[in-house]
Write a protein that binds this ligand. Structure first.
Ligand code: ADP
Ligand code: MG
Length: 431
């Protein structure tokens, strides 16, 4: 597969995981150059592009590259001023063709049944079936897919004003409105909608001003009988630093959790996705993949993608042996033992219980030990974000990415923190 085809696929996978703004402004400015082992080298037109992409999109891009290339994959950006930035008005339609997120191509099973039927009811009776509809579940389980399916279903037929965006885009638009004295226009635009779909609402955690604005938006739309749909990686009660009044609003309609797909659903999804791209996926291979790749639909798609790419480049059909050889690098067994050793070391160092380190309770005294333990898991043993997430009580992937990033940044600027982390790292290495 050539580098551009590979990158197009990366971009397609990022679609829906990042905001339209980030997609148009930043992602499309990346020009892939070469793939060296697990590192994708690419160019951008300016240092600002490089900095913005690193700050805003790096974890998401790295996560997709890990799905495609295996653990430790990353993007290396360099500046090439002769590259033209893409047209400023990059519209979603400029995206490479991927399958649209619709109800028709959403495969239903026990783990997503409630979310699916809730979404169908909202699409059939917006404003009256469930308001709000709140979907939650781990990464790659279909929340964005269902949210987009509702929005695009409602956009057909009757004229409705619909906005479907990520909470981060909501926040960015609001900040821009503040800065340009256009807050009233922003409010008028949002509050006249018929349907508001906000993805990754957990982004509002700890952002008081954004929460306040969203609270008023929510009330205005709700009072007018307009439909609100929200998706999050956590249920309302577990989103940290969320005002109670907003939590109450979020809990006032239907809350539906999407769980990791069960084995029959994993198999059905694989067969459905292979058929959609006309790829001949033997049943025994599909069964084996469905038994091995268990945590999310996104990872299933990643596995399928690797099989397709490997068959194309080898010019051969797929069989079980070949599938095993291709997927073995991404199916390495997680290192629970070593992860637990890191957790124990950190817990002992801070004289705390292992359970406290791993649990979901939000307390100041737990924050730094968790940051350090996750940092070490990532950097000392190269655990993937998914492995760390599993070892820390099934947290969300994006929470781990965020926490590791905070620890990395703090290690750069806080020499005492750096000494502590490095000291623990050395003790782990020599244990
Ligand atoms: P989330 O928002 O929960 O992180 P996404 O909605 O982005 O996950 O889903 C990740 C990928 O998996 C998308 O390509 C999506 O189309 C696909 N997907 C998830 N669940 C299903 C499903 N039940 N049927 C078909 N495709 C699915
Ligand atoms: Mg999503």
């Amino acid at each position: 597969m050539d580098i551009q085809t590979f990158w197009n696929e990366t971009v397609r996978k990022l679609e829906g995981r990042i905001s339209d703004n980030d997609f148009g402004c930043w992602l499309q400015s990346i020009q892939p150059i070469e793939l060296h082992e697990r590192s994708l080298r690419a160019e951008v037109p300016s240092a600002m592009h490089r900095d913005q992409i690193c700050a805003r999109l790096r974890p998401e891009i790295a996560a997709v590259l890990e799905e495609q290339l295996g653990p430790g994959a990353d993007l290396v950006l360099s500046v090439n001023k002769s590259r033209q930035p893409p047209a400023a008005e990059a519209k979603p339609s400029a995206r490479p063709q991927g399958e649209a997120y619709t109800f028709e191509n959403f495969v239903v099973g026990r783990s997503n049944q409630l979310a699916y039927s809730g979404a169908c009811e909202v699409a059939a009776r917006p404003g009256s079936a469930h308001n709000p509809l709140f979907l939650h579940g781990g990464v790659g389980l279909g929340k964005t897919h269902l949210a987009s399916a509702v929005a695009s279903h409602l956009a057909r037929g009757v004229r409705r004003r619909i906005l479907c965006l990520s909470a981060e885009s909501f926040a960015n638009d609001l900040i821009r409105a503040f800065v340009t004295n256009a807050t009233e226009a922003f409010r008028a635009r949002i509050r006249h909608l018929d349907v508001l779909v906000v993805d990754d609402i957990q982004f509002l955690a700890g952002k008081e001003r954004m929460q306040e604005e969203f609270f008023h938006t929510f009330n205005a739309l709700y009072a007018a009988g307009k439909q609100i749909m929200l998706a999050s990686d956590q249920p309302p009660r577990d989103i940290p630093n969320l005002e109670d009044r907003l939590r109450n609003r979020f809990e006032s309609g239907l809350i539906a959790r999407i769980q990791s797909p069960e084995s029959t659903l994993r198999l059905a999804i694989l067969l459905r996705k292979a058929a959609a791209i006309g790829f001949d996926l033997p049943k025994d291979v599909a069964q084996w993949v469905a038994a091995k790749v268990v945590s999310s639909v996104r990872e299933l798609e990643g596995a399928l993608h690797r099989l397709v790419a490997a068959c194309r480049s080898a010019g051969r059909a797929l069989d079980l042996d070949f599938a095993m050889a291709v997927l073995r690098p991404i199916l390495r067994t997680p290192p629970p033992k070593t992860l637990e050793q890191i957790q124990r070391l950190v817990a002992d160092n801070f004289s705390m219980r292992l359970e406290d380190l791993v649990c979901h309770r939000q307390q100041n005294r737990l924050r730094v030990p968790r940051q350090i333990a996750m940092y070490l898991a990532r950097h000392s043993i190269g655990a993937t974000y998914a492995e760390i997430a599993a070892a820390f009580g099934g947290r969300d992937h994006s929470t781990i990415i965020h926490t590791v990033r905070i620890a990395e940044e703090r290690r750069q600027r806080d020499s005492e923190f750096a000494r502590l982390v490095d000291d623990l790292g050395e003790r782990f290495a020599s244990a």
